[in-house]
Design a protein around this ligand. Structure first.
Ligand code: HEM
Length: 552
């Protein structure tokens, strides 16, 4: 009897639900007719009513990555998909990419970034409007090259510590990403945050792991549309895990902020980290200031084409003003209370700790794997290191980094083939006419720029899947469209840590390459890449290291 009543109630409910869904669907179509019409112009897979192409997001991160690549090749750099009621337009033609990224109109992040909010609050990566503008204006000068040059000692000291740890792996096959993510967390703490890495009480590795797990949860929410609504998410185990991870991540933010605030109030300026005597340059107040920043003969400036200028380029007018690194500047601004609050400073700390570590950890891990997979290229890097340093184990100087032309080409080629941020997404608030064909992106949709696909466009790069550092010879760079290589994004919302990342990676990778020969059993075709917020190898970044015998 009870079972019969239960079944009747369920049948009744379904009878009611079906017409409600049909009515809602009709209403939704009428309301979004303009968007639907414009979407029809774009090629794309056939979808189902209500769910659209949401089934494409089923599968493991590696399977999703393969699906995305299949769609990109099928629809040749332009296409659309419906994730339920959300229209997503994928672009990978440099002409279209330029229209979106160079604009001051299309700077709002896509709704998919909102899942970062409990982590970053209104931090720079996800904020918008006047808050973003004001904070960007405050933060960009703290990544000015003259401030970054002052970090060279700390880059050296931490790179040497990485080498010490790597020596313990001698001859074994191991995942280099573990060591590199620990190191990048610690370097960030000691440079832009200006505190000792001991501040956190644990190793950078624990923090890095918590960040990786958080990213996995956020990514699941971005692609599995049924997990998007908060009222569903909170019934999943992900919610509980997210809470614990955020508690761990935010406790580091809190400690860093308190430590630095106290030091600032006590009148202490500069990093609280110790630099060993043998690395310390005597006069860090004028660190290599007169050296001209022009590392790739004027065709590529710290990972960006010279034709693209942003607020990190040229002479940011710091003049006589105090030049404080990132966290000191923000603490000072919070004290005046006009530009941002203490809570907002903490949001920026969380943002930079994420953006600044996982990206560079992925870039350096891919770099080492590629060295192992291409011994002929590695040999040339070793020769360059010998030409610069000979048999000396002296620390790297800023002018040395300008001499590392071949290593730089290898690094840029790594970022081309394996861009740590493989997708960039924007919310489009007004119709946008594209340049590559007769397409108009409708207002209200999400545009996804597929950096990974863009960087492997056969119309731009001959043998696009081949690792060839000569792709970054000045004469080749100059012939390419500016927006054909954008590992750091570009335009007003380009990466604020671009110059920091390139400088740090050069010191770190040069120090590793001076000490080791990298071996790898896996060829590139065996890499299982996974769709994630940051690009990774699903099987880990496995390499072996052999000590480098200095040439005599
Ligand atoms: C190889 C290393 C790096 C790569 C490939 C990279 C890439 C990117 C990309 C593609 C964006 C745009 C993201 C989007 O629009 O969704 C971005 C933004 C950003 N990056 Fe990086 N990044 C790197 C290192 C860093 C470092 C070291 C820092 C800080 C220390 C940093 C801080 C930021 C911030 C704060 C933003 C947001 C900027 C804004 O919206 O105004 N990044 N990065």
């Amino acid at each position: 009897m009870t079972l019969g009543m239960g079944m009747a109630a369920t049948t009744y409910f379904i009878f009611l639900l079906v017409p409600v869904l049909i009515l809602w669907y009709i209403y939704w179509r009428i309301k979004h007719q303009h968007m639907i019409d414009l979407a029809e112009q774009f090629p794309g897979p056939k979808g189902y009513p209500l769910i659209g192409n949401a089934l494409l997001t089923v599968g493991s991160p590696h399977e999703m990555f393969k699906t995305a690549l299949y769609l990109a090749s099928e629809y040749h750099n332009i296409g659309r998909a419906w994730l339920g009621p959300r229209l997503v337009i994928g672009l990978a033609d440099p002409r279209d990419v330029e229209i979106i990224l160079s604009s001051h109109e299309h700077i709002e992040k896509a709704v998919e970034y909102k899942f970062f909010k409990p982590w970053f609050g209104n931090g720079l990566l996800i904020s918008s409007g006047t808050t973003w503008k004001a904070h960007r204006k405050l933060i960009a000068p703290t990544f000015h090259l003259n401030i970054l040059k002052g970090f060279i000692d700390l880059f050296n000291a931490n790179s040497r510590e990485v080498v010490k740890k790597l020596r313990q792996e001698n001859g074994k096959t191991f995942d280099c990403h573990d060591h590199l993510s620990e190191a990048t967390v610690e370097i960030l703490l000691e440079t832009v945050m200006g505190v000792s890495k001991k501040t956190q009480g644990k190793s950078g590795y624990d923090y890095a792991m918590a960040v990786m797990k958080m990213c996995a949860i956020l990514h699941i929410r971005q692609v599995k549309i049924w997990l998007r609504p908060d009222w569903i998410f909170k019934f999943t185990t992900y919610q509980e895990t997210q809470k614990k991870l955020l508690a761990m991540i935010h406790s580091l933010t809190e400690k860093v902020f308190e430590k630095k605030r106290k030091a600032f109030e006590d009148g202490i300026r500069g990093s609280l980290a110790n630099v060993p005597e043998d690395i310390l340059r005597k006069d860090v107040s004028v660190p290599d200031e007169n050296i001209i920043e022009n590392p790739l003969d004027g065709t590529m400036m710290f990972g960006q084409s010279v034709g693209i200028k942003d607020d990190l380029d040229g002479d940011v007018n710091v003049g006589d003003k105090k030049r404080y690194p990132f966290l000191e500047t923000l603490i000072e601004a919070a004290k005046s209370g006009t530009q941002l609050t203490e809570e907002e400073v903490k949001n920026q700390v969380s943002t930079i700790m994420f953006e600044g570590h996982d990206t560079t950890a992925a870039a350096s891990s891919f770099f080492l794997c590629l060295m192992g997979a291409h011994p002929d290229v590695q040999e040339k890097v070793h020769q360059e290191m010998y030409a610069i340093f000979g048999n000396s184990d002296r620390p790297v100087t800023y002018s040395d980094t300008l001499e590392m032309k071949y290593l730089e080409r290898c690094l840029l080629e790594t970022l081309r083939l394996y861009p740590p941020v493989p997708l960039i997404a924007r919310k489009i608030n007004q119709d946008v006419k594209l340049a590559s064909g007769n397409y108009t992106v409708p207002a209200g949709c999400t545009v996804i720029i597929g950096t990974y696909v863009l960087h492997r466009n056969p119309d731009i790069y001959t043998n696009p899947d081949e690792f060839n550092p000569d792709n970054f010879l000045p004469e080749r760079c100059i012939k390419r469209p500016y927006y054909a290589f954008i590992p750091f994004s570009a335009g007003p919302r380009g990466c604020v840590g671009r110059k920091y990342a390139i400088l740090k990676l050069k010191v770190l990778l040069a120090t590793i390459m001076r000490n080791f020969v990298v071996k790898s059993d896996a060829s590139e075709s065996e890499y299982k890449l996974q769709a994630d917020i940051i690009l990774k190898r699903q099987e880990g970044f496995k390499i072996r290291l052999e000590p480098k015998h200095l040439i005599s």
